[in-house]
Design a binder for this molecule. Structure first.
Ligand SMILES: *Cc1c(COP(=O)(O)O)cnc(C)c1O
Length: 370
């Protein structure tokens, strides 16, 4: 049993084949349609720019906000290394912050203590699809003139106080890699209401060729153009967008309800289990992963017992300040370091069944009772 798995089938294969047979594989009308459908789904008046990965979405979002060398970005240490690498790709310094024990989300008080005159942005990470107290993050950012770049890789389809993540944030980045809530094979998106930021992202994803997005959406190419800013080859292809459109169309009817139902079943059975702690439940989320805490030093024993039954688990994540590349950023972050010894991610993806989950939880509970 896999811990995560793409939920794709013949509809996605047909969509990809339709583009291949058409013979235009690059960025064109499918990407344009996917962007429009994403904007409509997210609601509000946010603009969407699709790119080739969630990591490039973060990189371009930071760059478009003017983050560069000598700047610092506050970021929780408990995240995928993508968040940190995107910041350092701009020449900026990721400043690792501690997290909250009950949620795994950024501990804002810790972040406040790390504010310096060089701090230019804060990157909250919606760990395990939770959004927590986003208002306080935005209030802090506003009071200190910081941009907010949300790493919403886990949070596609989630809402916060009735509003979809992405609809009204400063700059919000999604990932559509193979195992995320929706996938386009690989892929990602930058979502923002800031017209300047979105226009910079659109140019920068195509090597900085100005207005190339508009040309490609019209089925043309730019031969006479100018370039002012550093750009990258980060655009999404029509093959990817065609897959993403199929996923988006079935997200609310199939993928999201399945993820919610599975996570609810885990919570029903595990919330009263001694020796375990679940992270705080958020009713408006579509759970991407299901990390739990195994207390009393028993995590590795439970993990081994599951592995013996061919049940794969994960550890989300090794704190980034413990990685050689980012070890200089913060000395000790005690909550994240404790969580790192306790975290265990149980299998969660749409092709699992309730009885699969019962097998997983039987192993977990019998190991803890032993
Ligand atoms: C998946 C993920 C990313 C990066 O997305 P990719 O599409 O894989 O590049 C960034 N941050 C977090 C927290 C993620 O889980």
């Amino acid at each position: 049993m896999k811990v995560s798995k793409s939920a794709v089938g013949s509809a996605e294969a047909d969509a990809a084949a339709r583009i291949v047979v058409k013979g235009f594989l690059g960025m064109g009308p499918e990407v344009r349609a996917f962007e429009e459908e994403l904007a409509a789904y997210l609601g509000g008046d946010a603009h969407v720019a699709c790119v080739n990965t969630g990591t490039s979405a973060l990189h371009l979002a930071l760059q478009a906000c003017g983050i560069g060398p000598n700047d610092e970005v506050l970021v929780p240490t408990l995240t995928y290394v993508a968040s940190f690498q995107a910041i350092s790709a701009c020449g900026a310094t990721p400043v690792a912050c501690d997290v909250q024990m009950e949620s795994g989300l950024l501990n804002l008080e810790d972040a406040v203590g790390r504010l310096t005159p060089r701090t230019k942005a804060i990157m909250p990470v919606h760990y395990a699809s939770a959004t927590g107290d986003l208002e306080s993050v935005y209030r802090f950012a506003q009071a200190n003139g910081l941009r907010v770049i949300e790493d919403a890789a886990h949070a596609f389809g989630c809402s916060h106080r009735g509003v979809r993540i992405g609809a009204n944030g400063d700059v919000v980045c999604f990932s559509f890699d193979g195992i995320k809530n929706i996938t386009s094979g690989e892929g990602g998106a930058v979502v923002t209401r800031d017209a300047t930021v979105i226009s910079r992202v659109r140019d920068a994803r195509l090597l900085g060729v100005e207005k190339d997005t508009e040309k490609r959406f019209a089925g043309e190419r730019s031969w006479e153009f100018d370039v002012h800013a550093q750009g990258w080859r980060y655009h999404m292809s029509d093959i990817m967008a065609a897959i993403g459109r199929v996923q988006l169309a079935k997200f609310e009817t199939e993928l999201a309800p399945k993820r919610r139902a599975l996570a609810a079943h885990y919570r029903d059975r595990l919330s009263s289990c001694p020796g375990l702690r679940l992270f705080r439940n958020e009713a408006e989320c579509v759970p991407h992963i299901l990390p739990i805490r195994v207390l009393n030093g028993l995590r590795d024993r439970v993990r081994a017992a599951l592995a013996a039954e061919s049940i794969e688990t994960g550890i989300h994540y090794k704190p980034n300040h413990l990685l050689a590349r980012f070890s200089a950023t913060s000395a000790r972050l005690p909550v994240a370091e404790q969580l790192y010894t306790e975290l265990l991610t149980l299998p969660l993806h749409p092709s699992l069944t309730i009885s699969d989950l019962d097998i997983v939880m039987d192993v977990v509970q019998s190991t803890l009772n032993r």
